[in-house]
Design a protein around this ligand. Structure first.
Ligand code: PSU
Ligand code: MN
Length: 308
């Protein structure tokens, strides 16, 4: 994509080796999505999964105002233990650099920085979307997905959202939602949300080819790969739903809004359903990282063939 541009950016240290498959990993899940010390463990495991698939993982974050495309282990440790990290969406990047903040990048923040570094694929747990009952709380993830040609591997949208509205919005924005070996849009902790995907694909190589065609047809939007959680760790929707409804009610009572809403709701879920939820979260993060690694390898092999 824009290799020259990133080579001349002093704040981006990442140098990609030719032909290397690379997967970007978001870091808001480290700073705001998971409790300590599980957040560190999860990030380490995700990186391992990407490597097992034959690709190189790079965690994207901002440390003391420096954009990091790839964290060393001590940097990851610092970030995961950081006391008051910033949650960095795309609009917060410049501010974080200017103020020398440390923080985790959301899907939107990660996509912008990954794209600028010439990367084409990232992995996360769940994307942000349209919040329930709050028609004006729409994650910037939506807008960034509509404007940036990356593959984003997830297990659906966060279960705390209005999934129907989120999917409608993705359609409006021209973002294909691809079910990986499923016709259902996954429900994050559960395999099924009751909604369908637009397309179903079976193999990482098919996803890579699909992405190339999408972008060569002139589309600039991202492609969302919806990868359901493993059956073993999946939790029934009926079990989670009442906890979510209760958490949303509490958030309203406590006047929690804006960027703090997601961390608040996730924190509440963990408080109530603890172990099971965390196990599910780790499991889906790992399978998403692995699948992203496989797709990255497939993407790279297509471009290698093309450039010969
Ligand atoms: N899903 C999770 N945990 C998270 C997030 C999503 O299970 O921490 C993060 C992602 O980084 C996502 C962000 O991009 O929440 C969306 O936040 P908001 O709704 O404020 O845009
Ligand atoms: Mn929001």
């Amino acid at each position: 994509m824009n290799d020259k541009q990133h080579a001349s950016s002093p704040d981006i240290e990442f140098e990609r080796r030719r032909g290397e498959a690379v997967v970007a990993l978001e870091s808001a899940l480290i700073t705001h999505g998971l409790p300590k010390p599980l957040n560190y463990q999860a990030a380490m495991e995700m990186q391992k999964q990407v490597r097992n698939a034959g690709a190189m993982p790079v965690i994207i974050a901002i440390l003391n105002g420096r954009v990091k495309i790839g964290l060393t282990e001590p940097e990851l440790k610092d970030l995961s233990q950081s006391k008051d990290p910033y949650k960095i969406s795309d609009r917060d990047i410049a501010f974080s650099v200017f103020k020398k903040y440390t923080g985790g990048t959301t899907v939107a923040g990660t996509m912008i920085l990954a794209g600028r570094a010439g990367l084409h694929i990232m992995a996360t747990g769940g994307i942000g979307g349209v919040h329930r009952g709050q028609s004006f709380d729409i994650s910037p993830d939506m807008r960034v997905l509509s404007q940036n040609p990356l593959i984003v591997v997830c297990s659906g949208a966060k279960s705390i959202l209005d999934l129907g509205a989120t999917l409608e919005m993705l359609e409006t924005l021209g973002v294909p939602v691809v079910g990986y070996r499923t016709n259902q849009f996954p429900g994050f902790y559960s395999r099924d949300s009751g909604f369908s995907v637009t397309t179903r694909l079976e193999k990482p190589s098919e996803i890579a080819s699909f992405a190339k065609i999408h972008w060569s047809s002139g589309a600039r939007s991202a492609i969302l790969i919806a990868n359901p959680i493993n059956e073993k760790e999946a939790i029934e929707r009926s079990k989670i739903e009442p906890i979510i409804v209760d958490a949303i009610e509490r958030a309203e009572k406590d006047h929690i809004q804006g960027q703090s809403l997601t961390p608040y709701l996730l924190g509440r879920l963990t408080e109530v359903a603890g172990e099971e939820i965390l196990r599910a979260n780790l499991s889906l993060l790992n399978t998403n990282a692995h699948l992203a690694g496989e797709i990255a390898v497939a993407l790279e092999s297509i471009s290698t063939v093309k450039s010969v």
